[in-house]
Design a protein around this ligand. Sequence first.
Ligand code: AMP
Length: 380
Amino acid sequence: MNLGNVLIRSDLNVPISNGNISDNFRIKQALSSIYKIKKISETITFISHLGRPTGFDLNFTLKPIAKEMRKILDEDVVFINDDVMELSSIFQSEYSSKIYVLENLRFYEGERESDTQFAKCLAKPFDTFILDAFGAAHRNHASIIEVGKYLNSYQGPLMNKEINELQSLLESPNQPYTVIMGGAKISDKLNLIKNLLPKVDNLILGGGMCFTFLKSQGYEIGASLCEDNFLNTAGELLNSRDGKKIILPIDFGVTDDLFSSYRNDKPLKELKVSDIGVDIGPKTVELFSKIVHSSKTIFWNGPMGVFENESFEYGTKEITKSVSESKAYTVVGGGDSVSAINKYSKIQNFNHISTGGGASMELMEGKKLPGVNIYEPLII
Ligand code: AMP
């Protein structure tokens, strides 16, 4: 098998501040099969988006990513910031290296609008296209759904793994199966909750989203995060046939100021009008950990509290530890949970960490993603 000149759509969208990459997890994942692909190709050119620029904006350049790739691979990686429409002539004149990285695709309207001409120009210098950007598979962009039409195209190894892992959580998880959900808003995760509730044995809810559920049952939640528009839906879910599977916190860390270090732990029933619930309390950690340790499969998404503030990180830290120590098959989805793992545990302590935030959520919601399973899987 020789793939010739290969174009790979990866997800190199990593957090960067002042030109420094604070978490290179996605880059490392994107490079995990590069040695195998190198053996069967002439050149490899990576394309990706970074952030959400709406035009040419150097704050979103992929240059630091090319530099990081050079460091990780310890070999030459050429960064190309010439216009995609001129790509063909550039590649014909200089194949100086084996590995290339093109500038941020979202600088181009053609990418964002999935323009045919843009996709054709992008495809022109190459023989093979590999779609390996699971984190962007929910986007109808040229590099996801259009460019592959003009090349010999495959679904990449990382994407195959992501899809298999998440699909097996939807179809055949070992039971007891526990889903732990946190984060800020119930509105973002409602479809996910609805799709997963019939499939799980336990649905643990923490973070800001649990307060809407608690308020729907008449509890005083003080000034904690609440989405009043969803009170009825939350109540209906709790009262539904599967509602008994939902496990809510029984005590909280509360404060009177989100930006202070003041924290007081108290039982749910003692919350006052002025209290802001910012974390789960120790009794809840005990309750949730017991369920974690009796589970065979765990899917975790979203922090248990405002973990960015050290005074409110306790619950997220403890649940990260519980999940990493459990004997269950553990899958983690979403950006904030990955930050928590990097802070309080190690990536290696989990069976699978999804590189896709929005895309993993949509797949787990049961949606059909535009970029999933449109090409034959590349088996190498
Ligand atoms: P999400 O992007 O929906 O997963 O939400 C992640 C964010 O939820 C983090 O920035 C946390 O600070 C925030 N969060 C978690 N728990 C709470 C809470 N009790 N109140 C307010 N925000 C929270």
